[in-house]
Ligand binder design. Structure first.
Ligand code: ADP
Length: 484
């Protein structure tokens, strides 16, 4: 179709003009525009006034771009030129804009093989190219961020289970970039105590979807040195929900973990050392309370009772710290027994009533609920709910308590009429050391570990813990654990 005669133009004109594809036909070395359909006029940002002009004059903004030369080369050599995603800067709507075109300059020859013109077809691929460039730039930015944060990335194919770790991921496991690292290799380098747990978590996430966030020690493949890592992973699916791959990031948290451990050891040591003198102070105070005849010295009596109450508070705090450090080092264990949770609740409320004159405690529902749980630790959770209700609600208000059996679980709730917890803080109050940032909380003593411990204890019992609240309208804290 290279041989088109000059007098064929009229026949071609109709076809070109009807074509939805941008086409132009230029004649002579000067590239005079003989035909240019609406689509190419639009692509050039021009109108039919271009017809009859030379290409050079019709689109002057292209003069310092390579197109005049390309056309001339096609004319001289008789060889077609094909461009893929070439950048073309054209004035459209009065503004010089960047476009990308796939276009062809095809030489038109007479029957002697002499070139007499050029046929120009073009496809505007600007949207496609811009979208791809944006995606590539975003990927590059992400890659740079990942690299500068020294994060490793990995992906596991959902069907083949083939693993694709990044070089940094391999480095964290002590492997060279050219060494193979499948799922089995990485699992074998995870500390023995955590291996099954990590494998099961990955399997569950694979089967049920969702994401995971784990911290565990690994051993360097070459030096066996321990390194703590945090990995997060998520299952990605196609639009029909079919699993595609499981991927995520991995980071070195050794330094933070060692700092945590040192802090933890320090807290454990101090708390342990404080326990002994506190126990002896408490027994001396008890002794004094018993020694002073009743009604003899009102002031001394009440001062000793108050001191005793403060010692109880301090002992609870110290036990909280010890529990926290045990929990962190994985040393917390449950000593389970069967008991009636409702009886425990009544015992604790009676105790709290004995010490607290500031609030009224009402137990509404008291369902019998036999559970197989750690009585002391569940007691600690109830105690924490009650002491928080007292701390964070005004004097002379009522604290409502319930013990309700729902299906195969028992739910305990403690509702106060205090400052409440904003929705944005409701999940965070169960985090370690989290205290809501407001002026009232600052005036109330606390370390933000009570609810953290409560959460961990309830999770160890396969239960749930949560809060429902409106700011300034009071808060209701709940936990539920399975019945025996
Ligand atoms: P602490 O009371 O020692 O700060 P907790 O872990 O028991 O530690 O509670 C964490 C935070 O949750 C508290 O600092 C407080 O901001 C919020 N909180 C807990 N209980 C209540 C409550 N009943 N009403 C309002 N805020 C509460």
């Amino acid at each position: 179709m290279d041989t088109i005669f000059l007098n064929d133009i009229e026949a071609l004109r109709a076809i070109i003009e009807e074509s939805p594809m941008p086409i132009g036909l230029f004649a002579g070395r000067e590239m005079r525009i003989k035909v240019a359909n609406k689509a190419i006029q639009q692509a050039w940002g021009k109108d039919e006034s271009v017809i009859g002009k030379t290409f050079h004059d019709a689109i002057p903004e292209l003069n310092d771009q390579p197109f005049d030369k390309l056309l001339d080369d096609v004319y001289s050599t008789g060889i077609a030129y094909h461009a893929t995603e070439d950048r073309v800067d054209i004035i459209v709507n009065g503004r010089l804009q960047i476009f990308y075109f796939n276009f062809t300059y095809k030489p038109l020859k007479d029957k002697e093989g002499n070139v007499w013109g050029v046929l120009n077809t073009a496809t505007d691929v600007t949207e496609l190219v811009v979208a791809r460039k944006q995606r590539e730039e975003a990927e590059e930015r992400l890659r740079m961020a990942i690299e500068s944060a020294e994060l490793g990335t990995w992906a596991i194919d959902a069907t083949t289970h083939e693993t694709f770790p990044s070089d940094r991921t391999k480095e964290l496991f002590g492997l060279n970039c050219d060494e193979e690292m499948g799922l089995d290799t990485s699992l074998s380098l995870i500390d023995e105590k955590y291996r099954d747990y990590v494998a099961t978590t990955i399997e569950t996430a694979f089967e049920k979807g969702g994401s995971y966030d784990l911290e565990y020690p690994i051993h360097d493949a070459k030096t066996q040195r321990e390194r703590w890592v945090r990995t997060t992973g998520k299952l990605y699916t196609d639009e029909n929900g079919k699993p595609l791959n499981f991927s995520g990031i991995i980071m070195d948290i050794t330094e933070r973990k060692h700092n945590d451990m040192r802090k933890n050891d320090f807290i454990a040591m101090v708390s342990h050392e404080l326990k002994t003198p506190l126990t002896s102070i408490k027994s001396y105070i008890q002794l004094l309370i018993n020694k002073i005849p009743k009604g003899n010295d009102e002031f001394l009596n009440s001062a000793l009772v108050k001191a005793d109450r403060q010692i109880v508070k301090m002992t609870k705090m110290i036990h909280g710290f010890l529990d926290m450090s045990k929990l962190e080092s994985g040393k917390i264990t449950l000593s389970r027994e069967e008991f009636n949770l409702c009886d425990l609740l009544n015992e604790i409320v009676a105790d709290v009533r004995f010490y607290t004159y500031t609030h009224f405690f009402e137990i509404y529902r008291q369902d019998n609920a036999i559970v197989y749980a750690d009585r002391n630790k569940i007691g600690q959770v109830i105690d924490n709910f009650l002491s928080n209700a007292i701390k964070y609600s005004p004097r002379e208000t009522v604290i409502d308590i319930n013990c309700i059996v729902i299906d195969s679980n028992v739910q305990i709730s403690v509702a106060d009429k205090g400052i409440g917890v904003k929705p944005k803080d409701q999940a965070k109050v169960f985090d370690k050391f989290y205290r809501v940032d407001n002026d009232i909380i600052k005036t109330v003593a606390g370390f933000g570990i009570g609810l953290y411990l409560a959460g961990e204890i309830i999770h160890l019992h396969n239960g749930k813990i949560w809060v429902e609240s409106e700011e300034c309208e009071g808060a209701t804290f709940y936990f539920s654990i399975p019945l025996a």
